[in-house]
Design a protein around this ligand. Structure first.
Ligand SMILES: Cc1cc2nc3c(=O)[nH]c(=O)nc-3n(C[C@H](O)[C@H](O)[C@H](O)COP(=O)(O)OP(=O)(O)OC[C@H]3O[C@@H](n4cnc5c(N)ncnc54)[C@H](O)[C@@H]3O)c2cc1C
Length: 483
């Protein structure tokens, strides 16, 4: 792996786990194309965009997958909707691997062909463990529901722009370069203060506000409802490579998940030949860093011989390593009388199962009913809120049970030797595909898997105890990590 003399590494400024580096929003980023560089120009050079209106029915904060999906759906139904994005598309974002359950949503939005054009077809998952001789490979066509056999890996700059522009084409006011600074609520709705990247400010009155601001968690921050998940704690270092050795042809698009002593790696092949590689590590490990990020990343890769081998002849794109804390969190509330939170603005879970974009889009779909019921039939709003909350909590909860245990040796065994008695493998694959809503029949089988997990754990008390102790130490909050 060639790590040429590093450029600056981009750290997420909201993240207490990584040193606050230069503001990434002001730095040229190699992973976005020339047009995207406009978002890194100083404010004075910003192209003008239209300002948010003084009034609208629905104001959506944040033009990522959650916000843009909801804006498209509401606009399609003739709603007066304003979508406000603080940066300008295309802009860099991590989270490149979609789930098969994304595909029907993209088909419904009329975007599946466009995504197929920019995406790398993803047919399955490869798990690589240091304790097993051979990798384990599973394919989505083996899932319980065979109608969702593939997904895509995408460059999020391209994918998010597609969604955002689509919302605009369907009639949403899609506004870029404006940041919602604060939202205040009263009996009639909400008043938002919006600040343009040219320095001007605008007040926007809305009958309903949806927070889709991602990990900025605008409303949860403002309302004090954001809670760190005490059961999970991790942060990610990631980069893009050219020349990484991929799996042979038919499996080229598989995502690889590789365990190593301090967490796990993703290996995501993108359509343009670039490969996205990320290490999701425990805070305790990151705290041990004494070297600059590029060297630390290289040393971390060396701890995973299988990955190290695949990156032997690879070149780091522009010498840049990114860092993002992905400490899991959720807001204690996701709706109020005139507001809702969707996507990461409500909850964030570890990305090991690539569930983030799907959960974001799914919560946008669920929010349509909530917004419309509140606006049109306010007496039914309380029930609509309960329906929405149940759906918003369902996804993170189902994935989290597996996420908390994914580095446990018993669970790893399930992933490395996935047998199919009583359709266990099919049920697990359906979960990995995101087929977790509606009338999916997988729940009794997954319950059985959980019982088996506890049984096997009980049969190996020493191993279980050591794994439990180690995890407890690994996920302990170590506070701000020194630069
Ligand atoms: C290291 C890492 C790896 C990941 N890997 C995957 C993966 O492989 N697959 C996957 O599906 N998910 C992955 N995720 C998760 C995924 O990135 C998110 O779940 C997903 O982007 C959520 O979409 P969203 O629309 O809710 O938020 P975002 O995509 O973050 O969009 C929020 C938008 O709101 C804008 N915004 C923020 N504040 C304001 C404001 N005040 N005013 C106006 N605009 C604002 C932001 O600029 C942004 O464009 C990963 C996450 C991390 C951290």
């Amino acid at each position: 792996m060639h790590v040429a003399s590093p450029k600056t590494s981009a750290a997420d400024p909201r993240d207490p786990a990584v040193p606050a580096g230069p503001d990434p929003a002001r730095m040229p980023c190699p992973n976005i194309d020339a047009a995207a560089l406009s978002s890194h120009l100083p404010a004075t050079a910003m192209p003008e965009t239209k300002a948010p209106p003084a009034e609208c029915d629905v104001l959506i904060v944040g033009g990522g997958p959650a916000g843009a999906t909801l804006a498209a759906l509401l606009a399609r139904r003739g709603r007066d909707v304003t979508l406000v994005e603080k940066s300008r598309h295309p802009r860099f974002h991590i989270g490149e691997s979609l789930l098969p359950a994304n595909v029907p949503l993209l088909q419904d939005l009329g975007l599946a062909d466009d995504v197929a054009r920019i995406g790398m077809r993803k047919l399955g998952v490869e798990f690589v463990s240091p304790n097993h001789e051979a990798p384990s490979v599973v394919e989505f066509r083996e899932a319980w529901n065979r109608s969702m056999p593939f997904a895509w890996h995408v460059r999020r700059s391209e994918f998010d722009e597609l969604l955002f522009r689509h919302a605009g084409r369907l009639g949403a006011r899609a506004i870029e370069g404006w940041r919602v600074e604060r939202v205040d609520f009263d009996a009639a709705g909400a008043l938002a203060r919006v600040v343009g990247d040219n320095g001007s400010t605008q007040a926007c009155r809305a009958r309903y506000v949806v927070d889709a601001s991602g990990r900025d968690t605008l409303l949860a921050g403002q309302l004090g409802t954001k809670r760190r998940n005490r059961r999970h704690n991790s942060a990610a270092l990631y980069a893009h490579f050219t020349g990484a050795r991929r799996l042979p042809e038919a499996r080229e698009g598989h995502i690889s998940i590789l365990w190593f002593p301090h967490g796990w790696f993703w290996f995501i092949p993108l359509a343009d030949g670039t490969t996205s590689v990320g290490a999701v590590c425990w805070p305790r490990y990151l705290k041990s860093r004494t070297k600059p990020l590029p060297e630390f990343f290289r040393d971390t890769v060396a701890l995973c011989p299988a990955l190290h081998d695949r990156l032997k002849d690879a070149e780091l794109v522009e010498g840049r390593i990114h860092a993002t804390g992905n400490y899991a969190y959720a807001s204690s509330r996701c709706t109020g009388p005139r507001w809702a939170m969707i996507g990461d603005a409500y909850a964030f879970i570890d990305p090991v199962f690539s569930s983030g974009v799907f959960l974001a889009m799914k919560s946008a779909y669920a929010a349509v009913d909530l917004v419309e019921t509140t606006l049109d039939r306010p007496r039914e709003a309380a029930r609509a809120r309960r329906r929405f909350e149940a759906l918003a909590q369902h996804g993170p909860r189902q994935f989290s049970w597996f996420i908390y245990r994914v580095t446990n040796p018993t669970m790893r065994e399930f992933f490395m030797t996935p047998g199919n008695p009583m359709r266990l493998k099919e049920a697990l694959l359906s979960l990995l595909a995101g087929d977790i809503y509606g009338d999916t029949p997988i729940w009794p089988t997954l319950k059985l898997m959980k019982v088996l997990y506890y049984l096997v754990s009980a049969l190996h008390p020493g191993r279980t105890w050591r794994a439990w102790r180690r995890r407890r130490a690994d996920i302990r909050d170590v506070g701000v990590i020194a630069p």
